[in-house]
Design a protein around this ligand. Structure first.
Ligand SMILES: Cc1cc2nc3c(=O)[nH]c(=O)nc-3n(C[C@H](O)[C@H](O)[C@H](O)COP(=O)(O)OP(=O)(O)OC[C@H]3O[C@@H](n4cnc5c(N)ncnc54)[C@H](O)[C@@H]3O)c2cc1C
Length: 318
C-alpha cells in the first residue's frame, strides 16, 4: 500500500489533456511514497487510450471496456473495485465536471478523506499535504490530512503533461459491473447554442467581460474584433446574462483556448477564467484597475477606461 491510482478522462473519443497531467501528479506522489503509478482507462477506445498514456513513469494501465462515454455509476464502481484490488494510498482524479461527479461517491464508499481542487501535493504515507487556493485565488492554503488512504482531485492545468515514452504493463481489469446499479446512460451529445463558431480554433480572440457594463455595449467590442479579423469570446458573466451564447465562454466551465493573441477587455482575471486562456501566446489586458489579477499574466496592459481605449484601437486598426 504505497501506490497511486489515477483515473484518466476522455470525452467524445479523445483523451483529455488532464489525463496526462494526472500522470505527472501521480508519478510525483508515487515517488514520495516509493510506490507504483497505476492508471485506469474506463470506457471508450481503451486500447488506443492506453497506448497514448504509455508515458514514462506509468507502471500499470488497467483498462475497462464498458460503455463509450463517462458514466457516474460505472466510474464509481470501477474505481471502487480497483481500489479494493490495488489498495492504493492515493486515488487521484481530475477536478472536472466528471471528477466532481463520481469522486465524492468513491471517497464516501471507501471511507477516504477527499481533497478537491488541489494545485500541489506531497504525501509521506501518513500525512497528505495539499495546496489549494481560496478567496478567488488571493490566498494559497496548505491543507494537511492525516490519513494513510486519501482521495484527491487535481485542478487541470497545474501539472505539466507527461510526455516521455514509457513501457507500462497494460492489463484488462474485470470490474464485474453490477448492471442493475447503473441507473444513467448517455444517449447523445448536443452542442450548446451559438452556431458554428469554435473559439478554440481562433488565432486572435477579443474577449469581453463584465466591465462592458451593458448588453448594447458589446457591439463596441464586436467592432474591434471585426477590425482585427478576430473572433469574439467572453467571460462567464456575459454568457450568464445571455448577452453572448455559451460557446463563446472561455474558462473552467467554458472552453480552453490557445490563440496567438488574447485581448481581455474588462475582464478581472478570475482563476476560473484564467484556467481557460493562460495558454495564449500573447495576452493583452484592458482594465482600469491596475491591481486586477489579469495583469499578473498579461504580456501587455492598458490601464484605462475601455470605453476610451476600444474606440481608439478600432480607429487605429481600421
Ligand atoms: C465553478 C465556477 C466555474 C466558473 N467558470 C468560469 C468560466 O468558465 N469562465 C469565466 O470567465 N468565469 C468563470 N467563473 C466565474 C469567475 O469566478 C468570475 O466571476 C468571472 O470570470 C468574472 O468575470 P469578469 O472578469 O468578466 O467580471 P469581473 O470579475 O466583475 O471583472 C470585471 C473587470 O472589468 C473591469 N472594468 C470595469 N469597468 C471597466 C471599464 N470601464 N474599463 C476597463 N475596465 C473595467 C474591472 O476593473 C474588473 O476587473 C466560474 C466560477 C465558478 C465558481
Amino acid at each position: 500500500m504505497s501506490d497511486v491510482l489515477a483515473i484518466t478522462e476522455h470525452r467524445r473519443g479523445e483523451l483529455r489533456d488532464v489525463s496526462y497531467e494526472l500522470v505527472s501528479a501521480g508519478r510525483e506522489l508515487a515517488d514520495d511514497l516509493g510506490g507504483d503509478l497505476h492508471l485506469a482507462v474506463i470506457s471508450g477506445q481503451v486500447e488506443e487510450f492506453a497506448g497514448s498514456l504509455s508515458r514514462e513513469g506509468v507502471d500499470t494501465i488497467h483498462t475497462v471496456s464498458e460503455g463509450e462515454e463517462f458514466n457516474h455509476d460505472i466510474y464509481t464502481q470501477v474505481t471502487e473495485r480497483l481500489a479494493d484490488e490495488l489498495d492504493p494510498s492515493v486515488i487521484l482524479m481530475a477536478n472536472t465536471v466528471n471528477g466532481l461527479d463520481y469522486g465524492p461517491a468513491v471517497a464516501t464508499r471507501l471511507g477516504r478523506p477527499l481533497v478537491t481542487d488541489v494545485i500541489g501535493a506531497s504525501f509521506d504515507g501518513e500525512t497528505l499535504t495539499a495546496t489549494r487556493e481560496m478567496y478567488g485565488s488571493k490566498v494559497e492554503t496548505r491543507v494537511e490530512v492525516g490519513s494513510e488512504e486519501v482521495a484527491v482531485t487535481i485542478r487541470p492545468g497545474e501539472w505539466p503533461e507527461a510526455n516521455g515514452n514509457g513501457n507500462p504493463e497494460i492489463t484488462e481489469f474485470d470490474a464485474a459491473i453490477d448492471e442493475s446499479a447503473v441507473r444513467s446512460t448517455v444517449t447523445g451529445f448536443e452542442e450548446v447554442g451559438g452556431g458554428d463558431v469554435d473559439i478554440s480554433d481562433a488565432e486572435v480572440l477579443v474577449s469581453v467581460g463584465r466591465g462592458i457594463d451593458e448588453e448594447e455595449n458589446i457591439e463596441l467590442v464586436e467592432e474591434l474584433a471585426k477590425a482585427l479579423g478576430a473572433t469574439l469570446s467572453a467571460s462567464r458573466p456575459i454568457v450568464d446574462n445571455g448577452w453572448l451564447p455559451k460557446n463563446r465562454q472561455v474558462g473552467q466551465s467554458g472552453k480552453s483556448v490557445t490563440p496567438e493573441v488574447y485581448i481581455a477587455i474588462g475582464i478581472s482575471g478570475a482563476v476560473q477564467h484564467v484556467a481557460g486562456m493562460k495558454g495564449a501566446e500573447t495576452i493583452v489586458a484592458i482594465n482600469d484597475d491596475p491591481n486586477a489579477p489579469i495583469y499578473d499574466i498579461a504580456d501587455y496592459g492598458i490601464v484605462d477606461d475601455l470605453f476610451d481605449v476600444v474606440p481608439a484601437l478600432i480607429a487605429e486598426f481600421e
